[in-house]
Design a protein around this ligand. Structure first.
Ligand code: LLP
Length: 427
């Protein structure tokens, strides 16, 4: 981000604070999150989409109460997908009507809590859930605003585990075979529901806009069928999240205003062709907002050269704070941040401290040949799906999230302690 620089000794400075000070004060590993960067990315999305559209930040990427407050202040809405995320959002004061509730298997208790709180929308994911939510809403004497999530049959060009629009998978109701149309038919009949729109999320870490074009085309096609069959024009469509970020210099992400322009144009064009009123568009970016705003700061513990192969650099965290390399073969970069070095680069693999050989943070990385225990290294772009997917594997304690801004640092999620760990162990 713009606030990341190097001082005269080559020490990385972020938000006006150098990483050596951060390491001394907060320990390592730590996620260091640049608040101004987060806010300006959130604002860029908000501005790009304007008043006629809504931006729902996808909380699964990273959620904490501070983040909820920043989003609220910047005018964004929030997508949650569990009772825990809902509780975090509500406890930090996000107005319920600005929350969307997702998930393919929301429990009855979660649905009841969301309806009672008055969430702005529930995204219905199955035929059974349509009935379940309608029933709970009726019991509570309300009409719940809802969207139906459909799968449009697009192959998003991304890792299989994070692609979600092809039909053979657990999310959504297939457009194919008239199933989505049937879901709409049922939802429109239930007086516990107010069907406000159709939802599609095609996958994550996507750079190519063509998948969104096909999705928008098919969603609008369904809106047209609904109008023709029921005489109802649903007022909203949600095109999900999934916009890619630069993990390494090979990635070339699109800017929010380009994305907004492209999506708005497609939807408007398709609706004009179908003689439909243009629905209100919403999107759900997670990674594109928070991903680039944080890096993980590690201390080097051991440096092990293996003759003719490479050098293994072990850090004080690993797959428990970043599972993405092991899970998706994700690519990251890394650099020495506590000093400068003129030493020739060496080929390394940055690995964690877990008892597993797949515990890799950065698979292939060049680091200075004089790298030594005690050096600090940083892995950028770990704001999304790292802290939120962190585990306690090997009873390793989850790192804190330290927010920096204007020369000040503050912990927004504290480091886990052995006491935290043992508190749950009541046997
Ligand atoms: N909306 C829905 C309905 C989603 O399922 C997701 C992500 C998003 C929005 C936000 O997607 P984003 O803009 O952050 O790509 N753990 C994986 C990513 C899984 C994403 C799941 N759903 C990873 O680390 O890459």
């Amino acid at each position: 981000s713009e606030t990341v620089t190097r001082d005269a000794d080559g020490v990385l400075t972020v938000g006006g604070i150098d990483v050596k000070r951060l390491a001394e004060e907060y320990g390592t590993p730590a996620y260091v999150l640049d608040e101004d960067d987060f806010r300006s990315r959130a604002r860029a999305w908000r501005t790009a989409f304007g008043e006629d559209a809504d931006v729902f930040y996808a909380g699964k990427a990273f959620l904490s109460r501070a983040v909820v407050r920043w989003l609220h202040e910047e005018g964004l809405n929030l997508d949650v997908c569990s009772g825990g995320e809902l509780a975090t959002a509500l406890s930090a004061g996000m107005p319920a009507e600005r929350i969307a509730f997702h998930g393919n298997n929301k429990s009855v208790a979660e649905i009841r809590r969301a309806v009672e709180a008055g969430v702005g929308r529930i995204v219905l994911d199955s035929f059974q859930e349509i009935v379940r939510v309608a029933h709970i809403a009726r019991e509570l004497g309300v009409r719940q605003r809802a969207q139906i999530r459909i799968t449009v049959g697009v192959e998003a060009h991304t890792h299989e585990f994070i692609a979600t629009a092809h039909e053979d998978q657990k999310f959504g109701i297939p457009l194919a075979g008239g199933q989505a149309a049937e879901a709409v038919r049922r939802a429109l009949q239930l007086d516990g529901l107010e069907l406000i729109g159709i939802h599609s999320h095609i996958g994550s870490q996507i750079f190519d806009m063509s998948g969104f074009e096909v999705a928008a085309h098919r969603v609008v096609g369904l809106l047209k069928d609904i109008r023709d069959e029921h005489g109802v024009e649903l007022p909203e469509i949600d095109l999900g999240g999934g916009l890619g970020i630069a993990y390494t210099s090979d990635d070339d992400p699109r800017e929010p205003h380009e994305i907004a322009k492209a999506l708005t144009e497609i939807v408007t064009r398709e609706c004009e062709a179908a003689k439909l009123r243009t629905p209100r568009i919403s999107v759900e970016p997670g990674r594109a907002i928070v991903g680039p705003t944080a890096f993980t700061l590690y201390e080097v513990g051991t440096v092990k050269p293996l003759d003719g192969l490479r050098t293994y650099v072990s850090v004080d965290g690993g797959m428990s704070d970043n599972i993405r390399t092991a899970l998706y073969d994700a690519e990251y970069s890394v650099s020495l941040v506590s000093r400068s070095s003129d030493a020739a680069p060496m080929l390394t693999r940055v690995v964690g401290k877990h008892c597993e050989s797949g515990d890799i943070v950065v698979k292939d990385a060049f680091l200075p040949g004089d790298l030594a225990p005690g050096d600090l290294i940083a892995v950028p772009a770990t704001g999304a799906y790292c802290r939120s997917m962190a585990s306690n594997y090997n009873h390793v304690l989850r790192p804190p999230v330290v927010a920096v801004k204007g020369g000040q640092a503050r912990v927004i999620v504290r480091r886990e302690t052995e006491e935290d760990l043992l508190r749950l162990d009541v046997g």
